[in-house]
Each structure stands twice: as structure tokens, then as C-alpha cells.
Design a protein. Structure first.
Length: 245
């Protein structure tokens, strides 16, 4: 599911084009991280990761600095992370992660989108055993990089899986990348281990990966993706994870 999620997410970002949607979403994560652990990324790993991911989406430096400043401002919104569990058609399960300063608004919007698109909200905790949270890192594969050796080095830091892949580039040939998966609790250790080896991480996040993925035909997939797109268009929704293969 990880790779499919990455490609669908990349396509979504490309459609947004001007980043009028994605920059505010990234800004929320930066603000929350700065408020929780302080404005210095060197002393705040969560903020450092949020900034890294924002830079990977070409978020301007001014936007990043403004998001950090908002965390300590007098009128700083109390933004919290919250997730909702839901079911769509064709046996698709959804984990909807949000960042919001108004839970009442967010849950009402999510419910309305689900109800209008053959989906329904589930009781919190219903999908706990259907998804596993994993630490996921992506970085460019450099010339001469020994993937097998790197795998052996990182196992002691919580690495569970490593894979080589290619990332489509607009008007350029595909870029060779490496994607690694680790235990949810190993996020900090893996981040430090990669940085100590001089590896420039281009993406770092905690993903929810389905334990039992399902396959859909093209018609079913189009129907479910239409629902996911509507959810992700909501300003408070950060990410939607599914059990689609």
C-alpha cells in the first residue's frame, strides 16, 4: 500500500499545482510541532521532520518561518491532531487524519462528505487491528550506495524493510530512490541513524499501512478515489489511508 499511496499522493499534489491547498496543510503541521517542542528544529525532531517534508514540496522558506512564528503568537490557534475511522463502498476502510482548531467543524465536514459518497463513520478504535503504523523514509539513491550493506547497518535501529524504486519526474527521467520501513517506535532512531550516515532524507513520516490489503477493479477504484479526493480537499484533512492494494 505504501508505494501506491505515494503515487496517488504525488498525483494529488500535482493537480493542486499552485500548492494553494498543500502549503496550509504543511504549515499546520509545522505550527503544531513548534508549539509542542519549541521553535528550534535542532532541538525539536518533530519540527525538523515537518520542515523537511515541507521543503520536499517546495514550500518557500518565508512560509515555513511564518508557520513557526504562528506557534508562539498571541493569537495562535490551538491546532490538534485527530483521526477518524470510516468505511467506504466495496469493503474499503479509511483512516482519516486531520489537523484542526475546531473539532466540531471537522467532524461535521467529514461526516457530510462520507454520507454523500456511500461512506460511513465508524466508532473510534474499530480499525486498530486493521492497520499498522510504520516509520517510512524516502531518500535519493546515490551512485555507489550499497543497499544490502545499508540494510544490515540499519536493522539494529528498527529497520524492517528496504526497497529500491523509481519516482516519476515531470519532464525528466525517473529518479532512483530508496524507501525504508521501520517500526513506529523507531522513527527517532532511524532518523538519527540516517543523518549520521550523511543520507539526505527527502520524506519522513508515520504511515498507516493496511495489514490485509484488498484489490479493486478500475470502476470500483475510481468510485472510492472520488470519495478520498473530496475528503482530502477539506482544509482540515491531512491524509487519508486505505486498505486498497
Amino acid at each position: 500500500m505504501g508505494r501506491a499511496f505515494e503515487y496517488r499522493k504525488a498525483a494529488k499534489l500535482k493537480r493542486w499545482g499552485t500548492m494553494s491547498k498543500v502549503f496550509p496543510k504543511l504549515g499546520k503541521l509545522i505550527t503544531m510541532a513548534a508549539k509542542d517542542g519549541g521553535p528550534d528544529p535542532d532541538m525539536n525532531p518533530k519540527l525538523r521532520t515537518a520542515i523537511l517534508n515541507a521543503k520536499a514540496q517546495n514550500m518557500p522558506k518565508d512560509n515555513i518561518e511564518a508557520a513557526i512564528k504562528r506557534a508562539s503568537g498571541k493569537d495562535a490557534a490551538d491546532i490538534k491532531e485527530i483521526s477518524y475511522e470510516a468505511k467506504a463502498s466495496h469493503g474499503v476502510l479509511l483512516f482519516i487524519e486531520c489537523a484542526t482548531d475546531n473539532h466540531t467543524r471537522t467532524v461535521a465536514n467529514v461526516k457530510a462528505i462520507l454520507n454523500r459518497n456511500k461512506g460511513e463513520m465508524l466508532t473510534s478504535g474499530s480499525l486498530d487491528f486493521m492497520f499498522t503504523r510504520k516509520s517510512v523514509f524516502v531518500f535519493d539513491k546515490k551512485e555507489g550506495m550499497d543497499i544490502e550493506e545499508l540494510e544490515l547497518e540499519l536493522i539494529d535501529f528498527g529497520l524492517e524493510e528496504i526497497e529500491e524504486d523509481k519516482e516519476p519526474q515531470e519532464n525528466e527521467s525517473d529518479k532512483e530512490i530508496v524507501r525504508i520501513y521501520g517500526a513506529f517506535t523507531a522513527f527517532g532512531e532511524l532518523t538519527k541513524a540516517l543523518e549520521e550516515r550523511g543520507i539526505e532524507i527527502t520524506k519522513a513520516e508515520i504511515q498507516r499501512i493496511a495489514n490485509t490489503p484488498i484489490e479493486l477493479n478500475d470502476k470500483q477504484l475510481a468510485e472510492v478515489e472520488a470519495l478520498i479526493d473530496k475528503l482530502e480537499d477539506d482544509d482540515d484533512v491531512q491524509t487519508v489511508y486505505t486498505n486498497i492494494e
